[in-house]
Design a protein around this ligand. Structure first.
Ligand code: DC
Length: 232
């Protein structure tokens, strides 16, 4: 981690699924023209690569090798659009967002050797002029020296509603009670695991987005970034 004049600044954005982190992280990265790390995508990719290669989700040694060596590209075609994610030559941008992959990702994310295997990849995203890192342990474990740490949360009900609307917009059917139960079980797994559990860093700014619009959350975050001298 470079110190002094060559040190690359980092803003971390942690929080539970459905809190709006992904959307906000992308907007902030675009506004600052900084790089973006979607660390959840890395855990989803390990789960997907394991499925493709027939690796069992409790085979920690093989999962670590996959985490370290899987061939992944994050292609930014247009900064206002979601990143295109290519795993071993195949565009998996849609596949990694499925509920099923999310469930498997949460399982592999609980394994210490998988987290270790992904650490270097995550550090490699830290390039000038800066990095916005989105995940669960960005401010606590991966970039503890970050310049600004945000913990973005929202009530389970609100997060389930957001997911419900997202699926409806895509023309997919969904059941609100099922979505709420899935979010609760994912929270449980992410918050109670032994390694790098989802908790706010001691020095994080906590933003509860339950009654806020995306624009309001974005404005509040940029206000903190300005106060820290991160906006030129
Ligand atoms: O944010 P997401 O839904 O794409 O994350 C997928 C899973 O990966 C989620 O269950 C939590 C886990 N994860 C993690 O443990 N640490 C991170 N930094 C990011 C995601």
């Amino acid at each position: 981690m470079a110190k002094g004049p060559n040190r690359v600044p980092v803003i971390t954005l942690d929080g539970p699924g459905g809190s709006g982190k992904g959307t906000i992280a992308q907007r902030v990265a675009q506004a600052l023209r900084w790089h973006l790390l979607d660390s959840g995508a890395l855990y989803r990719l390990v789960a997907l690569a394991a499925t493709h290669h027939g690796v069992a989700l409790d085979n920690e040694a093989s999962l670590k090798i996959l985490a370290e060596n899987m061939d992944v590209q994050f292609a930014v075609d247009d900064p206002s659009q979601p990143i295109r994610i290519v795993l071993e030559g195949e565009n998996v941008s849609k596949e990694i967002r499925s509920e099923e992959t999310g469930k498997l990702a949460s399982k592999v994310a609980a394994l210490p050797s998988v987290r270790e295997g992904l650490l270097q990849r995550q550090h490699d995203f830290r390039e000038a002029p800066g990095l916005v890192a989105d995940g669960r342990d960005m401010g606590t474990v991966v970039f503890p020296d970050a310049d600004l740490k945000i913990y973005l949360t929202a009530s389970v009900e609100e997060r389930a509603q957001r997911r419900f609307r997202q699926l409806q917009d895509k023309g997919l059917s969904a059941n609100l009670a099922d979505l709420k139960a899935a979010i609760q079980s994912r929270d449980e797994q992410d918050m109670n695991r032994a390694v790098a559990p989802l908790v706010p860093a001691d020095d994080a700014v906590i933003i509860d987005s339950t009654d806020m619009t995306i624009d309001e959350v974005f404005a509040e975050l940029m206000h903190h970034a300005r106060n820290k001298g991160l906006v030129s």
